[in-house]
Design a protein around this ligand. Sequence first.
Ligand code: PMP
Ligand code: GLU
Length: 393
Amino acid sequence: MKDLKTTKGTMGGLELSATLSITAKAKAMKAAGEDVLSLCAGEPDFDTPEHIKNAAIEALKRGETKYTPESGRPDLKEACAEKFVRENNVPSSAAQIVVAAGAKFSIFSAIAALCGPGDEVILGSPYWVSYPEMIKASGATPVIVPCSAENNYELDPEKLKAAVTSNTKLLILNSPSNPTGAVYRKETLEKIAKLAIERNFMVLSDEIYEKLTYEPDFPHISIASFSKEISDLTITVNGFSKAYSMTGWRLGYLTAPKWLTDRICALQSNTTSNPTTFAQFGAIAALKGDQAPVETMRQAFARRRDMIYGLMSDIPGVKCIRPQGAFYIFCDISSFGLNSWDFSGRLLSETKTAVIPGQPFGADGNIRLSYACSEQTIQKSVERIRGFCSKLK
Ligand code: PMP
Ligand code: GLU
């Protein structure tokens, strides 16, 4: 008899997302009455702006409860394409847009529609936890190129060049970065674009944290904006979760060359179909409506960034780079002689402070702290971390 429990297909062996599972564990401890402070959450702590919620409520009331085209409503795709052209200088059209149930699915479907067994996908580490799992799900092989804090966690174009082979199909970039908060500089992106054109591989640029940058010297730049040659090789991914505090709405989108969006549409038409219809009306309101709430949230994150960076870098034995974007800070805790799971596990059990270990981001010896929480939570939890570190020393 075949063993139904141990045999599995390419997608049956994926790891649970460490970010989601540790965040859920901290929430459950808190719900059970424990005094847990969580620096885990990869989601803004603000409510979705009112005009966005109202647009979805109105749509629901009007009876917008039926299927739409699998890649999204034509007016939403038009709004996404306009946004890419207007804000990012990335060539796009409605036919080159696919809206999905979250940027996570946009990234997954782009990788799955492009890559398969025998293909290599290059990724700089630290990387967002889900990328290697998605690559493995497609049957392709992740090729990891380590990046260093000294180089602002950017991929070194020379190291990238050395990792490219005739099997390289795709490079994944994420700027601003989860988990490091680093923002790529233009010179680096230009060198990477040149290499992609010379060696003929595609680039998936995950720009979901685009709106959250804090340094005039480190603006967000879309790699696909440089030339037609590179935009013809780029999949640019964005979403509503971070910019508009819409994590639970599950809406993301991408633009790519039409030959690839056709394939992604086919994949989506046989899997999720369209993202939730009335939620799409909220998405249109987000893109076309008042952008002031985005700036208000960005300013709050900027203040918290300064606060957490100041407090964490003041702890003896902890090293961190000043994040230029997103809402994470990545701290080197290797001087304490514990791996990142042991460090964060003991931190949680001994001080009731939850952080994400660096190992699932491909960078053990580090921890990721999210500052998508109140200034008071930041202050109190860093005090606990400081006490914990002083005991370890
Ligand atoms: N990319 C990165 C780097 C992320 O951190 C996240 C986290 N949510 C996503 C993509 C996916 O976002 P969502 O599916 O909520 O749109
Ligand atoms: N992306 C966020 C994080 O890294 C949310 C959780 C997830 O989707 O992985 O924490």
